[in-house]
Design a protein around this ligand. Sequence first.
Ligand SMILES: [Zn+2]
Length: 501
Amino acid sequence: MRQGFLAFALAAAGCIAPLSDREDPRVAVGGSSALAAAFVQVGAETGVPAELLAALSYAETRFEIVDAHAHGHASLGLLGLSPEELAFGAGLAGETDLAARTQAVAGLRAGAMLIKERAPGARSLEDYLAAFDDELRDELTTLLARGVDAGGVTIAARPSLDRTTGDGGFGSVTQALGNADYGPALWNAAYSGNYQTANRTKVDHIVIHDTEGSYTGTISWFKNASSNVSAHYVIKSSNGEVTQMVKEKDVAWHDACFNTTTVGIEHEGYAAMPDKWFTEAMYVSSAKLSAYLADKYGIPKERGFIVGHGDAPDCSDHTDPGPGWNWAHYIDLVKTGGAPMFLAGEATVDGPITLTSGERTTVTVTISNSGNAAWDLDATRLGTAAPQDRESAFFVDGDWISTNRATAVDAKVEPGATGTFTFEVVAPEVREPTMYDEGFQLVQEGTTWFGPEVHVVFNVVPEGEDGGCSAGGGGSGASACAMLLVGALVSRRRRRRARGL
Ligand SMILES: [Zn+2]
């Protein structure tokens, strides 16, 4: 049985002092997707915080209803539950198994009841988090601390949770603990019956897999005595964290009949959703690992020696990592040792610029990707600039990730393509017409700020006034004052202050 989040630390619930919530957002889960409303609804019905349900769904499935099977275990529904978890939770919630695996609200109800069952007496978000096993708790805490903006769902950032995870965890590859062969990897041993102890010195191929499940779920599965599968390395989608589970000298069971002289690398994600899971951070981290292995064992840095599970001379029918894996980019990174360049070129801004206090509108910024690294839905964000990380007066609770992060990129942007960043603004209260010069810049979270500073100039007029324009027939301040539209100024000044790493 897959452990998933059934493996709770029972004694921990309720034992952690509540953190201050002063910095926390009023709207925990927002966005245009119907899923945002589903998280809020089931949160209200069950008492399990909506942001926890949303973060769990993001961690396990990236807000998709999945029905995936790999390595002998399944991930089902919006929360990626194992069949056993799903059946148990559905029973508690009074839902059918079929509804829980195919419908959003029913699946969330099943997951929420399962969480309540495992966290008796929990009342606060911290209480509930304390009831998850260590790896998944850390993952959820990190997601909640820095927020999520993907698929039309926004989970507001909770910086106050940062103190429970040190630096927030994102973008920082933790240094080796224990006995990893590879310096940057965490060591977390697979169950000893899931691989063959050996004394290998020869490795001639690297096999690339994807997990068809989450990072934490995969690690649990390889530690499970009944799984009979393992891989040497597992890589996390959001930040490229590497966990080693089997020593390179030993034979991991990752490929039905191509294990003897190979190293297997598992990549968190689903082959059917490459843009959501195969992030730049993961490509870069995996390429560094493959480059290290290639150098250590004298393996050519080419396809044919670095192969997909689906390409390997295997006796199974596996096809991972599937056609969505960008082999050309990956091999390129392996050859250069994994060196991404985040660069941006032309930027444009549209949208109405003159607003009445309290008026809400949508701003779209488009920027071209002139580097060699893709921009990710989750990690590439539009941050406030001039100065960096300032709190914006135009922040919209429930739409922005935080007061200094307007939005994440709307969709994955490959090098050479143009990305859009769409977000709402609400004009602040003013007593007289006031001009605001709002600066923004791209940030690859945990890695770097990059690209030009983009300036959006807003002319805000007080409510009930028209800022000196004569409104023709009760028009809004915005339409009456179109003449005052100042337009957007884009400065090409580049700032590349490295951050985090
Ligand atoms: Zn595989």
